[in-house]
Design a protein around this ligand. Structure first.
Ligand code: IMP
Ligand code: MG
Length: 180
C-alpha cells in the first residue's frame, strides 16, 4: 500500500490563479515590446506554472517556449546539493531575451547554476527568472529571482507541479507536507 502524507493547504487553486494573473501583467509590462522572448521552463516542477503564466503574458511578438530538465533533489525533502542536468537541449537562442521559469528557489543552487550556464552559452540580450515560490531563508548561495509568485516560510510544499518523492504534482492547490 502506498503511504500518503497529510497535506495542509497554503494557497488554493483560485488564489494561485489570481496571483499568476498579477505576475503575468507585471511580466507583460516589462516584455511587451521585446523581440521574440524565449521562455524556458525547468521540468518537472515548473510545468503547470509555465502553462498558466505564459497564457497571462501578452507581447507584441509570440513567445518561444522551451524546456530543460534539472534536478538537485533526491527522493526526500532535502536537496542533494549537486545539480544534475538530465535534459539540457536548447536550440540556438544566442542574444535573445530569456526568461527562466522555476517552481521554487530553495538553496538557490539550481537557479544560480542554470542562469550562469545560459549566460555562458547564449550571451542573452536579457536574462531573468520567474519563480512560483521563494524560500529565502533556505539560501545556501546568494540568489535573487526577478519575479516571485509567493514568498513562503521554510515549509516543504507540494502541488501545482511540486512533488514529494514524485507524488502530488497534480494537486491544483499548494500545500505543506505535515510530518507523520
Ligand atoms: P535549489 O537548487 O535548492 O534551489 O532547489 C530547487 C529545487 O528543489 C526545486 O526546483 C524543486 O524541485 C526542489 N524543491 C525545493 N524545495 C521544495 C519543496 O518545498 N517542495 C518540493 N520541491 C522542492
Ligand atoms: Mg525543480
Amino acid at each position: 500500500m502506498e503511504t500518503l502524507s497529510r497535506i495542509r493547504e497554503l494557497y488554493s487553486a483560485k488564489q494561485i490563479q489570481e496571483r499568476i494573473a498579477e505576475l503575468g501583467a507585471e511580466i507583460t509590462a516589462d516584455y511587451k515590446n521585446l523581440d521574440r522572448p524565449v521562455v524556458i521552463g525547468v521540468m518537472k516542477g515548473a510545468i503547470f506554472f509555465l502553462a498558466d503564466l505564459a497564457r497571462n503574458i501578452q507581447c507584441k511578438d509570440p513567445l518561444q517556449i522551451e524546456f530543460v530538465r534539472l534536478s538537485s533533489y533526491g527522493n526526500g525533502k532535502e536537496s542533494s546539493g549537486v545539480v544534475h542536468t538530465p535534459y539540457l537541449e536548447l536550440p540556438d537562442i544566442r542574444h535573445r531575451h530569456i526568461l527562466v521559469i522555476e517552481d521554487i528557489i530553495d538553496s538557490g543552487r539550481t537557479a544560480k547554476f542554470f542562469k550562469e550556464y545560459l549566460q555562458d552559452q547564449f550571451d542573452p540580450a536579457s536574462l531573468k527568472l520567474a519563480a512560483f515560490l521563494d524560500k529565502p531563508t533556505r539560501r545556501a548561495v546568494p540568489f535573487q529571482p526577478d519575479y516571485v509568485g509567493f514568498t513562503i516560510e521554510d515549509y516543504f510544499v507540494v502541488g501545482y507541479g511540486l512533488d514529494y518523492a514524485e507524488k502530488y504534482r497534480e494537486l491544483p492547490y499548494l500545500g505543506e507536507v505535515l510530518n507523520d
